[in-house]
Ligand binder design. Structure first.
Ligand code: NAI
Ligand code: MG
Length: 357
């Protein structure tokens, strides 16, 4: 197949890790007989330097016309002035909004040979393989009314509103069921239905959607006990789906289970096939330019791109298998605590060398 992929390398280690992922995509294209074309655009601090805005119009236009977008990371101390009107992170929010991306997917998979990096005991991290789907455009972070006012007594008051519509809930829960069908067929919907009305609607819609997927099991869990279960029995989860703020908190908790930030990919999806794929780590200014960043989070993001935007499941699995094989053979970058670490390019080369049809 032919596909048009936009690359947004961004700042810090972004360009280094995106380059390795692009080379992996090229190797996959060659192996499986596809043709991928790329165009590179500015987002974040580099865009501010060149154009004065974190997301130039040309970047959004290119992304809207693409089949998929692969992003490195944005930000860094150079743009950290709290007084600054334009900030790199504005580029991230603007691109997600501009592309209508409402679902954030974060898979977490324990790699047995890295169990020692996890803060959990090896027996608790064994078999961990789940994906969290966080609703990205609704809920407490965007609900109206929102703001400050004065109390009748002259004190200060602030309000945020947690609001969801049936349409917003249905589309994200449906995505969870669709993904579960290709996995272990278990959806855990996380809410706070014992307290929140919005959660009771969430639960009702989740049950309705569940009826469309009789082959997938649906369970509901309260967010507080889910937070506990993530550290006690994480291996029991398959697909987790939850609202924006609960997802924000739980994805950070989930991210540390695997042991290194550098390993984890993510995807942001909307109504169509177009998606934005990026590692979960930031621009790592402390190691930028040294050529030692771990590119696997970005390489695995490229695998998600093939799966979710291009429908190339076998190709996605080939990348995931190659990454696991390289890591299991002890080919590790410095962040994985290796005594003799490989550099960014060597890690990418090791993955490419292990790609098999
Ligand atoms: P960070 O994820 O950039 O770095 C945290 C620590 O992990 C650092 O010690 C870093 O060297 C290490 N690290 C991260 N990715 C790595 C990799 N691939 N290989 C090896 N080591 C890796 O988070 P931090 O330091 O809080 O933020 C740095 C900048 O990145 C900030 O400007 C922040 O705003 C931005 N950021 C951007 C994100 C994005 O583009 N989505 C997400 C998180 C932070
Ligand atoms: Mg967060």
């Amino acid at each position: 197949m032919n596909a048009n992929i936009v690359l947004l390398p961004g700042d810090g280690i972004g360009p280094e890790v995106v380059n390795e992922a692009r080379l992996v995509l090229d190797a996959v294209a060659k192996l499986f007989g596809h043709s991928f074309s790329y165009s590179t655009h500015l987002l974040g601090g580099c865009a501010i330097d060149a154009t004065g805005t974190a997301m130039p119009d040309a970047t959004l236009k290119a992304c809207q016309a693409a089949d998929a977008v692969l992003l490195g990371a944005v930000g860094g101390p150079k743009w950290d002035d709290p007084q600054a009107k334009v900030r790199p992170e504005q580029g991230l929010l603007a691109i997600r909004k501009g592309l209508g991306l409402y679902a954030n997917l974060r898979p977490v998979k324990a790699i047995p040979s890295l169990a020692k990096l996890s803060p959990l005991k090896p027996e608790r991290v064994a078999g961990v393989d789940f994906i969290v789907i966080r609703e990205l455009t609704g809920g407490l972070y965007f609900g109206q009314p929102k703001g400050r006012s004065t109390t009748p007594e002259g004190g200060e008051q602030a309000v945020d509103t947690l609001v969801y519509t049936d349409v917003e809930i249905r589309r994200i829960v449906r995505l969870a069921f669709e993904l579960a069908r290709n996995r272990r067929k278990l959806v855990t919907s996380i809410d706070k239905a014992n307290v929140l009305e919005s959660s009771r609607l969430w639960r009702k819609i989740a049950m309705e959607v569940g009826k469309e997927f009789p082959d997938v099991k649906l369970e509901h869990q309260l967010v507080d006990s889910a937070a506990m279960r993530l550290v006690t029995h994480a291996a029991q989860f398959d697909v987790i789906v939850t609202e924006n703020m609960f997802g924000d908190i739980l994805t950070d908790e989930a991210a540390v289970l695997a042991g290194s930030l550098g390993l984890l990919p993510s995807a942001s999806l909307g109504a169509g096939k177009l998606g934005l794929y990026e590692p979960i780590h930031g621009s790592a200014p402390d190691i930028a330019g040294k050529g030692i960043a771990n590119p696997t989070g970005t390489i695995l993001s490229a695998a998600m791109l093939l799966r979710h935007s291009l429908g190339l499941e076998a190709e996605a699995r080939a990348i995931e298998a190659a990454v696991s094989a390289a890591i299991d053979e002890g080919i590790h970058t410095g962040d994985l605590g290796a005594a003799k670490p490989v550099n960014t390019t060597q890690m990418g080369d090791a993955v490419r060398a292990r790609l098999k049809r």
